[in-house]
Design a protein around this ligand. Structure first.
Ligand code: UD1
Ligand code: UDP
Length: 370
């Protein structure tokens, strides 16, 4: 079938989670012959946060990459640098629409640049709300949703949030494209990944942890509480803990002089993992402790009990089906919830149906090329 002619669809990426949630959409655009190009806003740049995902997801590294963004310090400077760079590219390319995905600063910059140029903006993962105004991500979600034309909600709860807030754009319940990413890659990971051997791990004999939220890791007291909680888990539950450390967290652990705290116990620190290895590590874990949004969803899809190290979550359906528990960051509570998770059944109903990417792309194609 010949490719559709005319202005393209611009796909905005810039961080690890955005590339993962856009990957199945990119593949679907290819399948449906919709012309597109990628803009990499450059928020994440280290090999293990960036290039490794293009390799694992089989996506060509983009022509447009904003390399100056890594030098910007602070939310304002970072967002401004991305806004400036994205605007230039959009002016040059004149796409028919811009798709952003999630709640990072890169997505805000992309949506804002497009809005100011009167381009159509589509928000993948619209309507996610923690109602926690401390989170920079919550600011971004609200702002992006209120300037988007098409709001692709991941769940009925998220659709409800958008309708309650009376957003201007069209709200569509599509589901979450992360589900498609998991199903497209979990089997490949199962076949290809040698990570368990490489890290001397045995399936279902370890607990996995990831943390990177600003309010969890940027204050010494909070980070210390979480690490103490981990020590309790490894000591009192006698379980091995695997800790792929996000670069923000690594920096804070070293700045706050906290490395020794966790190093005394059976905690295995490793660098952030590529997508295939991470899916293997996650699906083979007994329990995952996390403050990540994507990992809460992936765990419920892969039937791994999750303990969320926050007081709230946007992914409320993971709580209602019994796949996830909120622990906050008090060490005793982390221990208590991890013990409960270790003893729990993994027989919940998967709350996230597949197929979001096809729905999103079919809609965009109809809107832009009819
Ligand atoms: C960002 C997002 C967060 C998302 C997370 C995914 C915002 C406000 N935050 O947080 O919502 O969950 O990405 O991982 O958009 N760094 C590196 N290499 C990199 C990237 C970061 O070394 O490739 C270090 C730098 O020291 C940087 C720090 O990590 O200053 C924080 O990076 P940044 O992108 O600002 O925020 P994240 O914590 O990654
Ligand atoms: N992830 C990964 N390697 C890691 C940690 C996470 O591939 O070492 C993946 C994970 O599978 C999920 C995504 O990164 O799809 C989540 O990203 P992150 O936790 O950084 O951001 P959030 O989802 O909280 O915005």
């Amino acid at each position: 079938m010949p490719k559709i002619k005319g202005g393209q669809i611009s796909i905005l990426i810039g961080t690890r989670p955005t590339l993962i949630k856009h990957a199945p959409i990119i593949r679907e655009l290819e399948r449906q012959n919709v012309p597109f190009f990628l803009i990499h806003a450059g928020q994440h740049y280290s090999f293990e946060m960036d290039r490794i995902f293009f390799r694992d997801l089989g996506i060509k590294y983009p022509k447009y990459v904003l390399k100056s963004v890594r030098k910007a310090k602070g939310h304002g400077a970072q967002t401004a640098e991305m806004l400036r760079g994205i605007e230039k590219i959009l002016l040059h390319e004149s796409p028919r629409a811009v798709l952003v995905g999630g709640d990072t600063n890169a997505n805000l910059a992309g949506a804002l640049a497009a809005r100011k140029l009167h381009l159509k903006v589509g928000h993948v993962e619209a309507g996610a709300r923690s109602f926690d105004w401390r989170m920079p991500e919550e600011h971004n979600r609200v702002m992006i949703d209120h300037i988007s034309d098409w709001l692709f909600a991941s769940s009925t709860e998220m659709k409800k949030n958008l309708l309650k807030e009376n957003v201007r754009g069209k709200v569509l319940l599509t589901g979450s494209s992360i589900v498609d990413a998991v199903w497209e890659h979990a089997r490949i990971a199962g076949r290809k990944s040698q990570v368990l051997n490489a890290l001397s791990l045995k399936s279902k004999q370890y607990v996995l942890i990831t943390i990177h939220r600003e309010h969890n890791v940027d204050a010494k007291a909070s980070l210390e509480r979480i690490l103490k909680g981990l020590c309790l888990v490894s000591k009192q539950l006698g379980v091995r803990v695997l800790f792929p450390v996000h670069p923000r967290t690594a920096r804070r652990i070293s700045e706050f002089g906290l490395k020794k705290l966790a190093a005394d116990h059976a905690i295995q620190w490793v660098k952030p993992q590529g997508y295939l290895d991470f899916l293997k590590i996650l699906s083979s874990a007994r329990v995952v402790l996390t403050d990540s949004g994507g990992i809460q969803q992936e765990a419920s899809i892969l039937r791994v009990p999750c303990v969320t190290l926050r007081e709230n979550t946007e992914w409320v359906e993971t709580l209602s089906v019994g796949a996830n528990r909120l622990a906050g960051i008090e060490p005793g509570m982390i221990l208590h919830q991890t013990r409960k998770a270790l003893n729990s059944q993994c027989d919940w109903k998967n709350p996230f149906p597949a197929g979001a990417s096809r729905k999103i792309v079919s809609f965009v194609k109809k809107e832009c090329y009819r």
